[in-house]
Design a protein around this ligand. Structure first.
Ligand code: AMP
Length: 656
C-alpha cells in the first residue's frame, strides 16, 4: 500500500516523501482512511509505530479542505510530556509544510508569554500538555467552541503520570460534536472507561501489541556486578563503536552519576530527567541529536516520547521493575521497523526482573559472557527488617534528594527574605522616611501645617468669602517685574555649578541706572535677596519659598538662550504634594496677604521708622508663601548716602 492509496492530498504526499517515508506503517494504514472520513478512532499503539503521522496527516487534510481564513482552534492534541508535545508539533510542521494551516505548542515549565502571543495570532492546530492547557484556558486565552478534532495521545501514560483528572476536566470544555482520535499503548480499566464515555462507534486499530514489539531489535544481556556497571558500559560504548546511545537508569540521581562517570571516562554524556530544567533538557537533547554528546542518560519518564532518529543503542543500566517498561525502553531504537540494539546490564539482584521481561516478550534474551567485568558477587541482596532490598544506590539517591531539597529550601528562604527586605525599602522610599518614628523635620512640618490651617481658618472667619475674580480685583496691582536682561550686564556670566548659571552682576548695574550703590556693599550684597526684593518676593518662605521665587524670577527674566535655560527639577513626591497644596491654597493665601497688608500698616511703619531704610514691608509672618506686594519707596523724600547704612550686609538704594 502507498500513502496515495490512503487518500492523502498532494501537499501532504510531497511532505511525507521529503521525510523519506516510502510506505505507510501498519498503524497509518489502518487509521488514516477512517480518520479522513471523520470517524472516531481508537488506536492501540505505542510510540515508535508511526502513530503521530497516523493522526496528523488526516487532521491536516480535513482542516485544509475547509478553506477558512480565520484561525480558531479546530484541532487539539493533548499529550502527556513536553518532549512529546514538541515532537508532535514538529511533525505538524513537517507534514503540513505545503499547507497554510497554523499550529502551536504549549507546555508548562516555561513562560506562558510567548505561547499566549502565539495563541493570540490565531492557531488552527494546538498541541498541548494538560496542565498548561487548563491554565491558559482558565485565564481566557484559549477558546475551544469551534473545535472539530480532538486527539488524546498516550492516554495510559496520562493515567500513570496522574494527569487523568486534568484530562477529564478538559474534556468538559470541548464541544459535544467532534471527531476523537484516541491512542494508548495499553488499555487499563480506567482507560477503557474513558474510551466508552468519549468515543462514538470508534474504529479500533490495534498494532504491535506491547509484548510482540521489537522483533527487529537485537537484545543482549551482560551479567555484571553493580559496582562494575559503569566500567562495563564505558567499555561497551568504546568496544561496539556506539555512536548514539540512550542509557536508562532507575533514579535521577543514578542518571546524573552515570553521565558524570561516562564523561570522566572520555565519553561525552548528559543526563535528562525531571529535576532538570526544561532548557537543560532541550539543550541536552539538541546536543545529542547534533552528535555533540554520545550518550543521553535518562529516567523512564523523561525518555518517554523522545523521538531520536537513528538511535543505534539502548542500554538498560538498571533493569526496569515493570516488564512493559523494558519494551517501551528498547522501542526507542528500531523506530518504525528499523533495526537497533538493546543491551541490559544485569546484576545478581536483578535476575528475577530479567525473568519477568523474558516472560512478557516470550523469548530469551541472549547472554554475553565474554567481557572484562564478569559477575563475581553471587549473593542474594540484603533485605531490611521489612523484607525490602537494601539498595545502596537508593540510599545515595535519597541522601542526594534530601540535600537538593535542603538547598532549594535555603534558596527559597533567601529569596523570601530578599523580597521582604526590598518591599520594606520600597515602602520606606514611598513614605520618604527611614523610620516609623516621625523625625524632627516631620514634627516641624506638621506643626507648621497645623499653624497654617489655624491661620487659614482664622482668615476664613475674618474675611468674607470672596470669588477669585473679586480677590484679584481687591488686590493691589503688582508692578510688572523688570525684565532680567535689563538688570544684567551682558557677557559676564559665571558658571557657578548651580542649576541656573548666575551672572556676575545679577542685579541692577549701579552705573547704568538711577540706583547708586556703595562699592563695599555691592561686593558683600546677597545677590538673590536683592533680586527677590526687587520683585517683591518673600524671603521668609524658607527653602521652598526661595525655590519658588527663583522659578518666578526665571519666568519673568529676559529671554535666556535656549541652551542656558534651566531644566525643571524633578520634585520629590512629598514636595510635589506640598506645591500642589500651595497652588490650591493660592486664593486663600491671597486673602491672607490682603489681610496681612491691612493689618501691617501700623507696625510696618514703626519698623520702617526704626530701620531708617525707608522701605516698608508687609508682615512676613502673616504673608508666608503668598505673593508679596511691592516695596514702597521711602516717603520722606530725602536723599540718603551710604554712610547711613546700618549694616553693610544690607544693601540699600537711594531714592531719586
Ligand atoms: P511515532 O510513533 O509517531 O513517534 O513515530 C516514530 C518515528 O517513525 C518517527 O521518527 C517518524 O519520523 C517515523 N515514521 C513515521 N511514519 C513513518 C513511515 N511511514 N516510514 C518511515 N518512518 C516513519
Amino acid at each position: 500500500m502507498t500513502f496515495q492509496e490512503l487518500g492523502l492530498c498532494a501537499p501532504i504526499l510531497t511532505a511525507l516523501d521529503e521525510q523519506g517515508y516510502e510506505k505507510p506503517s501498519p498503524i497509518q494504514e489502518k487509521a488514516i482512511p477512517p480518520a479522513l472520513e471523520g470517524r472516531d478512532v481508537l488506536g492501540c499503539a505505542q510510540t515508535g509505530t508511526g502513530k503521530t503521522c497516523a493522526f496528523a496527516a488526516p487532521i491536516l487534510q480535513r482542516l485544509s479542505t475547509a478553506g477558512r481564513t480565520d484561525h480558531p482552534i479546530r484541532a487539539l492534541i493533548l499529550t502527556p510530556t513536553r518532549e512529546l508535545a514538541i515532537q508532535i508539533d514538529e511533525s505538524f510542521q513537517a507534514y503540513g509544510k505545503y499547507l497554510s494551516l497554523r499550529h502551536a505548542v504549549i507546555f508548562g515549565g516555561v513562560s506562558q508569554v510567548p505561547q499566549v502571543a502565539r495563541l493570540q495570532e490565531g492557531v488552527d492546530i494546538l498541541v498541548a500538555t494538560p496542565g498548561r492547557l487548563a491554565d491558559l484556558y482558565q485565564q481566557g486565552y484559549i477558546h475551544l467552541e469551534q473545535l472539530e478534532i480532538f486527539v488524546l495521545d498516550e492516554a495510559d501514560r496520562m493515567l500513570d503520570m496522574g494527569f487523568i483528572h486534568d484530562v477529564k476536566k478538559i474534556l468538559k470544555w470541548l464541544p459535544a460534536k467532534k471527531q476523537t482520535l484516541f491512542f494508548s499503548a495499553t488499555m487499563p480499566p480506567e482507560i477503557t472507561e474513558l474510551v466508552n464515555s468519549l468515543l462514538h462507534r470508534p474504529v479500533r486499530v490495534a498494532v504491535n501489541p506491547v509484548s510482540s514489539t521489537v522483533e527487529v531489535i537485537d537484545q543482549w544481556v551482560y551479567f555484571v556486578d553493580k559496582g562494575n556497571k559503569t566500567s562495563l558500559l564505558a567499555y561497551l560504548i568504546g568496544h561496539l563503536q556506539v555512536t548514539s546511545a540512550l542509557v536508562f537508569t532507575r533514579t535521577k540521581h543514578g542518571a546524573n552519576k552515570v553521565a558524570r562517570d561516562l564523561t570522566k571516562a572520555g565519553i561525552p554524556a548528559a543526563a535528562i530527567h525531571g529535576n532538570k530544567s526544561q532548557t537543560a533538557r532541550q539543550q541536552a537533547l539538541a546536543d545529542f541529536k547534533a552528535g555533540r554528546i554520545r550518550c543521553l542518560v535518562a529516567t523512564d519518564i523523561a525518555a518517554r516520547g523522545l523521538d531520536i532518529d537513528g538511535l543505534s543503542h539502548v542500554f538498560n543500566y538498571n533493569l526496569p521493575e515493570v516488564p512493559e517498561t523494558y519494551v517501551h525502553r528498547i522501542g526507542r531504537t528500531g523506530r518504525a521497523g528499523r533495526g537497533g540494539t538493546a543491551i541490559s546490564l544485569c546484576d545478581f539482584g536483578e535476575k528475577p526482573l530479567l525473568r519477568d521481561i523474558e516472560k512478557l516478550i516470550k523469548r530469551t534474551v541472549t547472554v554475553v559472557e565474554d567481557h572484562p567485568y564478569p559477575m563475581v558477587v553471587l549473593e542474594a541482596p540484603k533485605r531490611d527488617k521489612n523484607g525490602r532490598i537494601i539498595n545502596q544506590e537508593d540510599a545515595e539517591a535519597r541522601a542526594a534528594a534530601k540535600e537538593l531539597r535542603r538547598v532549594r529550601e535555603e534558596a527559597a528562604r533567601q529569596r523570601r527574605e530578599e523580597a521582604a527586605r526590598k518591599a520594606e525599602e520600597k515602602a520606606l522610599e514611598q513614605t520618604g522616611e527611614k523610620s516609623t518614628e516621625p523625625s524632627d523635620q516631620e514634627k516641624k512640618r506638621s506643626r507648621r501645617r497645623r499653624r497654617k490651617s489655624k491661620s487659614t481658618q482664622n482668615a476664613q472667619q475674618e474675611t468674607p468669602v470672596m470669588e477669585a475674580s473679586e480677590i484679584k480685583e481687591e488686590l493691589p496691582q503688582e508692578p510688572a517685574p523688570t525684565p532680567r536682561h535689563k538688570l544684567t550686564r551682558p557677557g559676564t556670566r559665571l558658571d557657578t555649578g548651580d542649576a541656573m548659571p548666575r551672572t556676575e552682576f545679577d542685579r541692577p548695574d549701579p552705573l547704568a541706572g538711577e540706583h547708586i550703590m556703595d562699592a563695599t556693599a555691592r561686593l558683600l550684597a546677597p545677590r538673590k535677596g536683592l533680586v527677590a526684593r526687587l520683585f517683591g518676593e518673600d524671603r521668609g518662605a524658607g527653602r521652598k519659598g526661595k525655590k519658588q521665587n527663583k522659578n518666578r524670577q526665571q519666568e519673568a527674566a529676559a529671554p535666556v538662550p535656549e541652551e542656558k535655560k534651566p531644566q525643571p527639577r524633578q520634585e520629590e513626591p512629598a514636595k510635589s504634594a506640598a506645591s500642589r497644596h500651595n497652588r490650591k491654597g493660592a486664593a486663600k493665601k491671597e486673602v491672607q496677604v490682603r489681610k496681612g497688608q491691612e493689618k501691617e500698616s501700623k507696625p510696618a511703619q514703626q519698623r520702617q521708622a526704626k530701620s531708617g531704610t525707608g522701605f516698608t514691608r508687609p508682615d512676613r509672618r502673616k504673608n508666608r508663601g503668598g505673593p508679596r506686594p511691592p516695596m514702597e519707596p521711602m516717603k520722606s523724600g530725602r536723599t540718603k548716602d551710604s554712610t547711613e547704612q546700618k549694616s553693610l550686609m544690607k544693601p540699600y538704594y537711594l531714592d531719586n
